[in-house]
Design a protein around this ligand. Structure first.
Ligand code: ATP
Ligand code: MG
Ligand code: MG
Length: 549
């Protein structure tokens, strides 16, 4: 893509490398395995992996698995698959849970240095004593416990001698700090729950703030990049590293991706899955990477999208149409053109011999350098065409079929409409045409010029397919900022299913990786529900921006 100026993180990195502050850049992508990755994660993935591709060094994949209740191996697997599919390779596959012993030792060290204590106050008491942003907090009565007592209690916590919630370990920092997070934050809590990797070894788990920075430090991450919500956590991040005297990783914050007409939090997406609003995490309407992949998005288009939206320091809302623009642009260059009739009506060529078959040649992609090669398209006297390509009483400037009018059948002949049939309800059921034998595409000597070209498939050779056409998942731009529940704003018609469309026989050879342009209709790909007897295609995106004003 085009040259662009450095984003603010690249500027920081160039300075750090030039000044010799670091010699090797190390970044990490740290998902919590509590759901499937979404397009917002793709932004963080492209950023973290993109930086080490550009400046050298490497990127770790670290599963931030400190919450045993919500985390699953299924999510670990899908997250790895999605990152690979996007085109990135991590150096080390790591798990915060692998550091549980080290993190425990860090906590003991803080206690030994008089910088952490076990607090038996209730959650309510802790909240009350915390104060407010404008009023200082009050010390907990347990704040003055001795080092020995704290060491014994913390070891009892670890040994499982307390119930969930009986007590917590807190850092002893500053109960009157203007930053509420510095008012003796919780660093360990008791949770008797099985962890997807450590099983029942632990019944105490570190909090995010105690785990994240120290994990960065253990891995000698130089630039720990996260979203803006963590700005106020940075002081705490630095405090733990300074008190423990460990590798000085630094945190930098950028604006998260917000996209119109969708929600982007694993917790909310999980609700849509659990409540059956969508068919799964990879439902083609989902903003997940697996949903986008199933919908027909390519890794290139998602990477291009992330490049175009850039890295900013202020929150913004990106138009879904930009994502669609990126996939349209990529598929325009790469997808083979084929013919599919989505709303069929029969066309009979009365002067083309019954039983005769002809193999015509179609160019696969005029936009590709090699034209994408050619394919064979069977032709006969009975075709399916699109119902909307015929008008009984044509409007002005109508260049498609109408009584007496001529059009070119794509890759085939010019036909003239001679007659049509209607049923008792007045619906057109069949169109009768004659064809001009000398007008065959590529060897046309007819000297007849027509303005319209329409697509078709031969009825005898066509395959039947189910086509799924999607619309936005939500009917408002920002479901998160509306009143009430975000699910109140679901789009009522986010999926339309065409049960019987007719497609070229060539498409029977489609696989899950193939992408097609159904000419004049849009971009489509095979769905994983497809079988040899029941072909199913998803519409990735229409040919034009349907919502452009
Ligand atoms: P979610 O609420 O969707 O679960 P999260 O931030 O809790 O998001 P994590 O699994 O912790 O999810 O995210 C891993 C990384 O991806 C983090 O570094 C986070 O900053 C980044 N990330 C998550 N959502 C977005 C987003 N919308 N835009 C950019 N980066 C994001
Ligand atoms: Mg998180
Ligand atoms: Mg989350």
């Amino acid at each position: 893509s085009e040259e662009r100026s450095l984003n603010f993180i690249e500027e920081i990195i160039e300075n750090d490398l030039n000044s010799g502050k670091y010699t090797t850049l190390v970044t990490r992508f740290p998902p919590e395995p509590n759901g499937y990755l979404h397009i917002g994660h793709a932004k963080a993935i492209c950023l973290n992996f993109g930086l080490t591709q550009k400046y050298g060094g490497y990127t770790n994949l670290r599963f931030d698995d400190t919450n045993p209740v919500t985390e699953k191996t299924e999510y670990v697997d899908s997250q790895q698959e999605d990152i690979k599919w996007l085109g990135f390779e991590w150096k080390h596959e790591l798990y915060t849970s692998d550091y549980f012993d080290t993190l425990y030792d860090f906590a003991v060290k803080l206690i030994e240095n008089g910088l952490a204590y076990v607090d038996h106050s209730t959650a309510d008491e802790i909240a009350t004593l915390k104060g407010t942003p404008t009023e200082p907090g009050t010390d907990s009565p347990y704040r003055s416990r001795s080092v020995e007592e704290n060491l014994t209690l913390f070891s009892s916590m670890k040994a499982g001698e307390f119930e969930d919630g009986a007590c917590i370990l807190r850092a002893k920092i500053d109960m009157s700090s203007p930053n509420m997070l510095m008012r003796d934050p919780i660093i360990y809590r008791i949770k008797h729950a099985e962890h997807h990797r450590t099983g029942n070894k632990w019944c105490i788990y570190p909090m995010y703030d105690f785990a994240h920075g120290q994990s960065d430090s253990i891995e000698e991450i130089t630039h720990s990049i996260c979203t803006l919500e963590y700005v106020s956590h940075r002081e705490l991040y630095d405090w733990f590293i300074a008190q423990l005297g460990i590798f000085p990783s630094h945190q930098y914050e950028f604006a998260r991706l917000n996209l119109t007409y969708t929600v982007m939090s694993k917790r909310k997406l999980l609700q849509l899955v659990n409540e059956g609003v969508v068919t799964g995490w990879d439902d083609p309407r989902m903003p997940t990477i697996s949903g986008l992949r199933r919908r027909g998005y390519t890794p290139e288009s998602i990477r291009e999208f992330c490049e175009r939206i850039g890295i900013a320091k202020r929150e913004n809302l990106i138009e879904l149409s930009l994502l669609e623009f990126c996939i349209r642009e990529h598929l325009n260059k790469t997808a083979n053109r084929v013919m599919a009739v989505l709303d069929p009506i029969k066309l009979v060529i009365t002067n083309y011999p019954e039983g005769k078959e002809e193999i015509l040649i179609g160019e696969n992609n005029p936009e590709a350098e090699d034209k994408g090669g050619i394919r064979e398209i069977p032709f006969s006297n009975k075709l399916w065409i699109e119902r909307e390509d015929f008008m009984e009483e044509p409007a002005k400037k109508w260049f498609r079929l109408a009584p007496g009018a001529m059009v070119r059948l794509k890759n085939a002949y010019i036909v003239k409409c001679e007659d049509f049939k209607k049923d008792s309800d007045g619906n057109v059921t069949e169109i009768h045409c004659t064809y001009i034998p000398e007008s065959k595409s590529g060897e046309d000597t007819s000297e007849i010029h027509v303005k319209g070209t329409i697509h078709w498939v031969s009825t005898k050779h066509a395959k039947t397919a189910e086509i799924r056409v999607y619309d936005r998942l939500f009917s408002v731009e920002s479901p998160d900022s509306e009143e009430g529940d975000f699910k109140d704003y679901l789009h009522p018609d986010s999926i339309k299913i065409i049960k019987e469309a007719y497609i070229e026989p060539y498409l029977a050879g489609a696989d899950l990786e193939s992408r097609y342009q159904f000419i004049r209709k849009g971009y489509y790909c095979l769905d994983k529900d497809s079988t040899a007897d029941h072909l199913v295609f998803n519409q990735t995106v229409g040919l034009k921006d349907a919502w452009a004003k």
